[in-house]
Design a protein around this ligand. Structure first.
Ligand code: FHN
Length: 401
């Protein structure tokens, strides 16, 4: 039975952008590429297809170790792991029979990367998700809709016939393979612009969803299968990149976000977000009933950058103590206080536990929690177990912290 329970309980997942673009890492012919996302290399620099495809010959990530990646995710407190099986460039990280443009046939590495990761996920009890670029595909098989760069999007649309050929001969067969070979818990489709509506029509969207349903009774589908007009049949909402909403949604939902600016490894991207911001993003979403899927762009050699590892481990240390205030919690029943955020857990018997995340508060002062009714059993500091004195006030309670 398809269920989103595991997804909403999980709250925290890892996103991975990795492929041929990870070796050039945002630099082409000695210069930083125009597009801020390193995975956009081919379109950003207008690289002729045969030349871009040559990158496959350099793809030999001898440092890749599936267990290491999955353990890094698990130690950070993440419960699921989603990787770019095929990004916009059209290159597949598994030995697909549908096109020779894949890790097994076109690279010296040859290994089935998705296979290794799927096994590691099973070993470490992490749910596997697969990102699949269903709209953009720059291999040259018809799905070829190329936007040049973010500030100035120019689309060179294929004909409807060409796109239909790509859809029938590459997209649908590859999605079938992904499900049959790797049995993922979710598929993450990607649209972000109104231009996608020309090709990802409602009919194609429903066709893709019914293929997934026909092959798997557990695989979830995200809303970015269609831009702004997803089918009622999608299982969860993915907001736009790094977009943290002010309100929750009626369906399960998540924000995927970056550690710096680029999704794929970019050797000249120094805008790393501090760990505090990343933890606050996670809590912000949890306090509105949503998830956070935090992206890592592994390097071309298959390893994570130190700056990424450090942040993941810092989050993991925080989660080891405070995970209870995130996993399986529900949205705050008391809105958004000025000092931080609140997550909540129903304990049964009309009892609720509230987790107060104090971000902007001076210890030694009193905090008024408006809207709490009924009696308070107790209040403690989660990290130490220290008791906190509670007094009733008008329309709420006072906590002496
Ligand atoms: O163009 C892609 C981008 O490279 C990246 O994969 C993100 C992840 O959400 N999605 C698109 C832009 O929104």
């Amino acid at each position: 039975m398809r269920s989103t329970d595991w997804f909403t309980d999980a709250r925290f997942g890892m996103f991975i952008h990795w492929g041929l673009y990870s070796n050039p890492a945002g630099v082409w012919q000695g210069r930083k590429i125009k597009h801020p996302y390193a995975e956009w290399l081919q379109a950003s620099e207008h690289i002729p297809r045969p030349q871009y495809k040559e990158l496959a010959r350099e793809f030999n990530p001898e440092g890749f170790n599936a267990d290491e990646w999955i353990c890094e995710a698990k130690n950070a407190g993440m419960k699921y792991f989603v990787i770019t099986s095929k990004h916009h460039d059209g290159f597949a990280l598994w030995p697909t029979k549908v096109s020779g443009y894949n890790v097994g046939e076109a690279t010296p590495f040859k290994q089935d990367i998705l296979g290794a990761l799927a096994e590691a996920c099973r070993r470490h009890d992490i749910k596997l998700g697969l990102y699949y670029s269903h709209w953009q595909d720059w291999e040259g098989t018809g799905g070829d809709i190329c936007s040049v760069h973010m500030e100035n999007e120019e689309y060179v649309h294929p004909t409807e016939e060409a796109f239909q050929r790509y859809w029938q001969k590459k997209c649908l067969p590859q999605v079938r393979e992904l499900i049959e070979n790797y049995d993922p818990h979710l598929l993450w489709f990607d649209t972000w612009s109104k231009h996608s509506l020309k090709f990802i029509t409602r009919e194609r969207q429903e066709e893709l969803i019914s293929l997934v349903r026909q092959l798997s009774n557990k695989c979830l589908v995200n809303s970015r299968i269609q831009f702004l007009d997803p089918s009622e049949n999608v299982d969860f909402i993915s907001t736009m990149d790094n977009s943290f909403p002010e309100e929750g949604f009626s369906k399960p939902w998540e924000t995927s976000g970056t550690l710096n600016h680029s999704w794929a490894y970019h050797s000249m991207d120094y805008g790393w977000r501090p760990t505090r911001e990343l933890i606050q993003n996670l809590v912000k979403n949890a306090s509105l009933g949503g998830n956070y899927q935090l992206n890592v762009g592994p390097m071309g050699n298959g390893r994570f950058q130190e700056s990424a590892i450090r942040r993941l481990r810092e989050i993991g240390n925080w989660m080891r103590v405070h995970g209870e205030s995130v996993y399986g919690t529900t949205a705050s029943p008391l809105g958004k206080p000025p000092w931080g955020r609140i997550t909540s857990r129903c304990l049964g018997n009309h009892q609720t536990r509230l987790y107060l995340h104090l971000w902007d508060f001076t210890p030694g002062t009193a905090l008024f929690l408006e809207g709490v009714s009924g009696s308070v059993a107790d209040a403690i500091v989660l990290e130490t177990g220290q008791p906190i004195k509670v007094e009733n006030g008008l329309g709420g309670i006072w906590l002496q912290i």
